[in-house]
Design a protein around this ligand. Structure first.
Ligand code: ZN
Length: 118
């Protein structure tokens, strides 16, 4: 968990693991519904120490076809994370959580990024 200087919230925690399009929509407060968003949960901390999950726009998620790779071995998770690395960015934790709440999006989109573990 890094830090970010947010224009709106000042010095804040940086939440990592969202796609560029999700970040842009949140920063511009463009409305998204559950149909626009997909999330990937990495099961078990034995597999991934730093990134519990990812939140992607649906179009990107569909194009990556990651559901074809079972999230059940360290090798597979390394493959998934290598693919996602090219599409993932971060955002101010308050911008993210406030957006999710303001647009009545499900709590799982906060939980999946490990935000509650703070
Ligand atoms: Zn912010």
């Amino acid at each position: 968990m890094g830090l970010v200087d947010c224009d709106k919230h000042g010095h804040q925690g940086l939440v990592w693991g969202i796609s560029n399009e999700v970040q842009q929509n949140i920063l511009a407060d463009v409305s998204m519904t559950t149909g626009d968003i997909a999330y990937i949960q990495i099961p078990g901390e034995e597999f991934s120490y730093f990134q519990p999950g990812y939140v992607l726009n649906k179009k990107l998620y569909n194009s990556l076809e990651l559901e074809k790779i079972p999230v059940n071995t360290k090798e597979n998770i390394d493959i998934i994370e290598a693919v996602l690395k090219n599409h993932i960015t971060g955002i101010c934790i308050k911008c993210y959580t406030e957006y999710i709440e303001r647009h009545n999006l499900p709590q799982v989109l906060i939980d999946v990024l490990g935000i509650r573990k703070l």
